[in-house]
Design a protein around this ligand. Structure first.
Ligand SMILES: Nc1ncnc2c1ncn2[C@@H]1O[C@H](COP(=O)(O)OP(=O)(O)OP(=O)(O)O)[C@@H](O)[C@H]1O
Length: 423
């Protein structure tokens, strides 16, 4: 006999005040090796918190402490106001369901039997599943899109399919708190997005979820808040836009990144930059659209001081320049280039060590492109041909190409040859 609670069989745990999950001063070590210490994290009801951080930072360890399968050295984990250490494993399992990081199970149950295990915390020792349990299992399999595999052996499924079955098992548990350890690790982009959309829907319906997620962009898009673990503790916590900054990511991951904004959202977009020598050059980019924006990002990431223009206001290159604090000479979209804009752009190009042309020549931009070609010719003098066309330089070799140019000052103020990355 099951013990259903809530209208959908789900206890959303919204009957008490305070955070649904409260981790206070958590410390865990293995032997004499401290993994995390001083971890504080408060998760409000009906929110999705992403645990992010480098390999080995302790994300899985924290999740294990929260579900009570690991005894912390210090600190308290409270679920719905009560410390879990005061509860039996079965009682905790009625509050917290989890999906493991790996998908290796040593037994060979069918998919349906695997999902049915999620009902165990609701059954007495000699109880059999009743109609409520069966409905919970069916609903969970449908939500995780695994109903079509119901009779297949779990071990016959692919890694991604197994991952969805384990999510279904956790959903069948119908707990107010869901802990997900790398829920999208083996999933293709379609299933990764569908899985996080499903988690988002569950959270919007009242569940509280914490997910360890390596993909920072998916984490930023779907989580209300992020907790960045690194160096044995919480390095940053809060809204994705406040946590995922280049400085914080450099500090936590020892990696250079470019942080912009995901199209159509306010969520940050993290682009890792290749490790390379810093290219100390001034570069003026002429062109429009995503190719020019990509050239700007690449050059800024390589350490160049970049200026842009003339570009239409609102163009991707103008917005990227604004994101990265680069000067851009802009004119209103579809307007001609006025003298002041042209002169400023020519000044910037003339002061640069290199002028890079990259961009679309689509309808509506022709005035800008015409002027850009003239600008190129003006800036590069007899080093460009009369048509303003140049050999393409692939984006990933652009910094090296720019680095190979001698600085303008060394050439007595003469502008460098132009470069043109491929689109
Ligand atoms: N049972 C254990 N015994 C000894 N060390 C352990 C044990 N479990 C984890 N560790 C160590 O604790 C550290 C944190 O591991 P954890 O799995 O929590 O990191 P993580 O952030 O989840 O990493 P990843 O992103 O690679 O999954 C690692 O250095 C790991 O080797």
């Amino acid at each position: 006999m099951s013990d259903p609670s809530g209208s959908d069989g789900v206890d959303s745990g919204q009957n008490r005040a305070g955070p649904m999950l409260d981790i206070s001063d958590l410390a865990v070590s293995f032997g004499d090796q401290s993994v995390v210490s001083g971890v504080d994290c408060s998760v409000e009801r009906g929110t999705l918190v992403g645990l992010v951080g480098p390999n080995g930072a302790g994300k899985t360890t924290v999740l294990r402490a929260v579900k009570g399968t690991l005894d912390p050295d210090a600190g308290t984990v409270c679920v719905d106001g009560d410390p879990i250490r005061d509860k039996s494993a079965k009682a905790v399992s009625r509050l917290v369901a989890s999906t493991p990081q790996g998908t290796a199970l040593s037994f060979d149950f069918s998919v349906k039997q695997t999902v049915e295990m999620g009902r165990t915390p609701h059954l007495g020792r000699f109880d059999r599943m009743d109609e409520t349990d069966r409905r919970a299992v069916e609903r969970a399999m449908e939500r995780a899109s695994v109903a079509q595999f119901a009779d297949r052996p779990f071990t016959s499924l692919s890694g991604g399919e197994r991952q969805r079955v384990l999510l279904a098992r956790a959903l069948a548990q119908e707990t107010p708190v869901l802990l997900l350890d790398e829920p999208t690790a083996n999933l293709d982009i379609n299933h990764a997005v569908r899985t996080l959309e499903l988690v988002r829907t569950l959270v919007d319906d009242g569940k509280t979820a914490v997910a360890a997620i390596h993909d920072l962009n998916l984490a930023a898009r779907y989580c209300d808040e992020l907790v960045l673990l690194a160096g044995g503790g919480v390095r940053a916590a809060g809204r994705p836009v406040d946590v995922l900054t280049s400085d914080t990511l450099r500090d936590a991951f020892d990696a250079e990144t470019l942080v912009t904004t995901q199209p159509g959202t306010d969520a940050p977009l993290v682009t890792p930059l290749a490790q390379q020598e810093t290219v100390d050059r001034r570069v003026h980019v002429v062109g429009t659209g995503r190719p020019a924006a990509a050239a700007v990002s690449t050059l800024v990431g390589a350490g160049c001081q970049v200026t842009v223009g003339v570009v239409p206001a609102g163009d991707a290159a103008a917005e990227r320049a604004a994101d990265l604090d680069c000067e851009a000479v802009t004119v209103p979209a579809f307007a001609g280039i006025d003298d002041a804009a042209r002169e400023r752009a020519i000044d910037l190009a003339a002061a640069a060590d290199a002028v890079v042309r990259a961009g679309e020549t689509g309808a509506g931009n022709s005035a800008v492109i015409d002027a850009a070609s003239a600008l190129l010719n003006a800036a590069a003098g007899d080093r460009t041909d009369s048509t303003g066309r140049h050999d393409a330089v692939p984006l990933d070799t652009l910094p090296a190409a720019v680095a190979s140019l001698s600085p303008t000052a060394e050439r007595g103020g003469t502008p460098a040859p132009t470069q043109s990355p491929t689109d």
